[in-house]
Design a protein around this ligand. Structure first.
Ligand code: GLU
Length: 301
């Protein structure tokens, strides 16, 4: 309550300053202040001048931080189908980030395929959705220091008798569009010497055209891959273990391999003020033990 009041005061100060600019006939300054990536000077509660990035100020003025989260990943981002309540470590971090900004939080369910489009279009301010930090992705978005590390594995129907990475040679594997899964699996199979790796190029790898030793079917969401696995449309379902957990029903098992560490970070628009705020939150929470506490509280190892 107190924080929301403070942000209202800051917004008031900003409005006053803008009005002042107009009064002096300095046209154009209003645009400058509100331009993305720009910064406005406001007076803090201590009376000192602090820089608030324009994108952060816009969130404060709106009074709501819009966060893209998963809705079916237990312990990370999970929406209770009965109550509509969200829970998980990523939900807690999103709430903490909103509180740091003195605003409410609003969740939008995203998939691996939609999360970056929604961030780029400005429909959401940040992504907290089992989003793996990669060098390639860092070229397009800012990521915080990781708050969790998962691994990729593979879910199969027991009836198929697939038990190891080697058993996957010659199979078709279901993966999500926009995920790291297919590349991670191919790399793991190459490292194990199961496939030659001829023609594998980290930069240009495309699951749609890869046929060397294993093939991929790409889907827009995980429930569809799970259905395809039951129907025998694919032989296996590959993604991070945390995501697979909810689809590991009776008669299904993980193969005997975990590979490709997946470090999850909060993603924000490159160069935005929110990137710095998110990084401060995660760094502080890693240093003071809050992340460890959240991992334990959400049943994650
Ligand atoms: N974490 C992986 C990725 O970012 C798997 C996809 C997902 O998060 O849904 O690509």
């Amino acid at each position: 309550m107190k924080k929301r009041f403070l942000s209202a005061v800051l917004a008031g100060v900003l409005t006053f300053m803008l009005a002042g600019c107009g009064g002096q006939g300095e046209s154009g300054k209003t645009d400058q202040v509100s331009a993305a990536g720009g910064a406005s000077e406001v007076v803090s509660s201590e009376g000192t001048e602090t820089e608030v990035a324009a994108d952060v100020q816009a969130i404060k003025d709106r009074g709501v931080l819009r966060v893209g989260v998963k809705n079916a990943v237990m312990g990370f981002g999970y929406e209770d189908p009965l109550t509509g309540e969200y829970s998980g470590i990523e939900i807690e971090l999103a709430k903490a980030l909103a509180e740091k900004l003195g605003v409410e939080v609003e969740f939008t369910a995203v998939t691996a395929a939609t999360r970056t489009e929604l961030l780029d279009s400005g429909d959401i301010d940040c992504v907290l959705a089992t989003f793996t930090i990669t060098d390639e992705r860092k070229e397009s978005w800012d990521f915080t220091t990781p708050y969790y590390t998962d691994h990729v594995t593979v879910l199969v129907e027991d009836a198929k008798g697939l038990k190891s990475l080697g058993d996957l040679v010659g199979t078709t594997v279901g993966v999500s569009s926009g995920s790291t899964s297919a590349k991670s699996l191919v790399k793991a199979m190459i490292e194990e010497g199961l496939i030659s790796g001829d023609g594998f190029d980290e930069e240009s790898f495309d699951p749609a055209t890869w046929t060397e030793g294993v093939k991929f079917q790409q889907y827009d969401d995980y429930p569809t891959i799970s259905t395809a696995l039951s129907a025998g449309e694919v032989d296996a379902f590959c993604v991070d273990k945390s995501i697979l957990a909810i689809y590991k029903t009776e008669g299904r098992s993980y193969i005997d391999a975990e590979f490709a560490p997946q470090e999850y970070g909060i993603a924000t628009t490159k160069g935005s003020g929110l990137s710095a705020v998110a990084e401060e939150l995660v760094s502080d929470y890693l240093a003071d033990g809050t992340i460890d506490k959240l991992i334990a509280e959400n049943g994650l190892e």
